[in-house]
Write a protein that binds this ligand. Structure first.
Ligand code: FCB
Length: 486
């Protein structure tokens, strides 16, 4: 090929790239109960997820987290996988019942040692640890004492935060209090498709409030125990709620879901008060007298960033004949996870879906980031989870080819990049997940990993998407066009 011909060609692929800002954090994420296993080792006692998964009929195939990915023993190999990926950060969660088995009293040294070793190995490989205090594994003893619907659980959580910060604060700089409190409150106590499996709408609202309170108290505890340059945050699965039509009834349906999915948390956490429309929508259920003076203000603590988990948008309308109130892709239940919004119907957004049945719609990511920026202009954002499950398998040549995941990631990272271009302060992106793992009520049937896990042997095989994401993390760049297209 002559030079002249080459000049006549369209732009080479390398220049047709989206370049992320310098310093943008590229990471992967996991959660303790989903990967660790070793459920009864070294003093760990059952969490609500141990109890729930061991209850017949709760989790698909009767799967439990007893062994999971055996990360408790294979952590060194898993950190090496991350180093191979070239990611700069790892978001993981601490298992509360491994550190403080009964949810009260002193910490168990062996539990702390596990996380200290893990963090040291990460730091050694140049990977920044991002610790989440609570990714849904409440010590069962605290549930037996009333769980999140009870106020004292918030006090226990703040004590646990102090233990964790005292033990790890010298080496973990970035902390998240809660992961997706919406799921803890409304799936755990409302629809019952998550542990502890209760189905009581008032208990769900009480749980939401005590999670907000727990967050506020934990941020205070963390700040008291951590060096001044530590960063604290919370991760919300902010729902991007769209009305089916522009009718007043459909817009009101979207408002109701936005209130009980999002503003029940962002109200107190970021504005220091509960939204008036949420209190109205739920007035037939409770007078909210469990909220004491000063609680919402206490929940509002300075945050260094907001963690955002996004997978798919939520499409709603006013209910017609039969309301599919319990939809939204979190599992079927006769009970609603949406107090105050029973007359809302959920719809499947158009287009392709993942193995979860969740719509693939990167525009939801873009719109959500723009909305968060409008609502909270001074708050930096980090995508703490995004990813997709597909029916992956190891092919005869030993490879796992997952073009659908690459396409999903490309689409969503393009949306993140466009949001940054539009002025949204997004600082990082964590791919869910490093490994295939225990996907809660779906057990091991859904694979979200960049790395395939063969559960009988524990063998890890990086998927094609791991190679793709590794290139992205190393270069901070994605191609403009979908690399799997055409
Ligand atoms: C989120 C959870 C995470 C994982 C993904 C698929 O809601 O935080 O643990 O289950 O969904």
């Amino acid at each position: 090929m002559t030079t002249a011909t080459r000049q006549a060609e369209p732009e080479p692929a390398a220049s047709a790239a989206r370049v992320f800002p310098t310093g943008f954090t590229w990471g992967t994420a996991t959660a303790a109960y989903q990967i660790e296993g070793a459920a009864t080792l070294d003093g760990r006692t059952p969490s609500i997820w141990d109890t729930y998964s061991h209850t017949p009929g709760k989790v698909r195939n009767g799967d439990t987290g007893d062994v999971a990915c055996d990360h408790y023993h294979r952590w060194r190999e898993d950190v090496a996988l991350m180093a191979d990926l070239g990611v700069g950060a790892y978001r993981f969660s601490l298992s509360w019942p491994r550190i403080q088995p009964t949810g009260r009293g002193p910490a168990v040294q062996k539990g702390l040692d596990f996380y200290r070793r893990l963090v040291d190995e990460l730091l050694e490989k140049g990977i920044q640890p991002v610790a989440t205090l609570y990714h849904w594994d409440l010590p069962q003893e605290l549930e037996d004492a009333g769980g999140w619907p009870e106020r004292r659980t918030a006090d226990r959580f703040a004590e646990y935060a102090t233990l964790a910060a005292d033990a790890l604060g010298d080496r973990v700089q970035t902390w998240t209090t809660l992961n997706e409190p919406w799921c803890s409150a409304f799936l755990g106590y409302g629809s019952g498709v998550h542990a502890p499996g209760r189905t009581d709408q008032v208990a769900a609202l009480r749980a939401a409030h005590h999670l907000n309170l727990a967050h506020g108290k934990a941020v205070q505890a963390l700040r008291a125990a951590l060096p001044s340059d530590a960063r604290t945050s919370i991760t919300l699965n902010v729902h991007h709620v769209r009305p089916l039509t522009d009718s007043a009834a459909d817009r009101d349906a979207a408002r109701r879901i936005d209130a009980v999915a999002n503003r029940v948390f962002t109200g107190p956490l970021l504005h220091g008060e509960y939204p008036a429309d949420l209190l109205r929508d739920t007035a037939h259920l409770t007078d909210w007298s469990f909220v004491r003076d000063g609680d919402a203000a206490l929940a509002k603590q300075p945050l260094d960033f907001l963690g955002v988990n996004y997978y798919s948008p939520t499409l709603v309308s006013a209910a017609s004949e039969e309301a599919s109130h319990n939809s939204d892709g979190h599992g079927k239940s006769a009970y609603s996870p949406w107090p105050g919004a029973d007359q809302v119907a959920f719809h499947q957004p158009p287009g392709a879906t993942t193995a979860m049945g969740w719509a693939v719609d990167p525009s939801g990511m873009y719109d959500l980031l723009l909305r968060l920026h409008t609502d909270f202009p001074d708050l930096p954002l980090i995508i703490t989870e995004n990813g997709a499950a597909f029916d992956d398998y190891v092919d005869p040549s030993g490879e796992v080819r997952d073009p659908d995941r690459i396409s999903y990631l490309h689409g969503h990272l393009t949306a993140v990049h466009r949001a940054i271009e539009a002025g949204v302060d997004v600082r990082g992106y964590f791919l869910w997940s490093l490994l295939d793992n225990f996907e809660w009520g779906y057990g091991y049937s859904k694979r979200f990993g960049a790395v395939y896990v063969d559960y009988p042997t524990g063998k890890r095989t990086p998927k094609a998407s791991a190679g793709w994401y590794s290139e992205v993390a190393r270069t901070g760049t994605i191609p403009v066009t979908d690399p799997t297209a055409g």
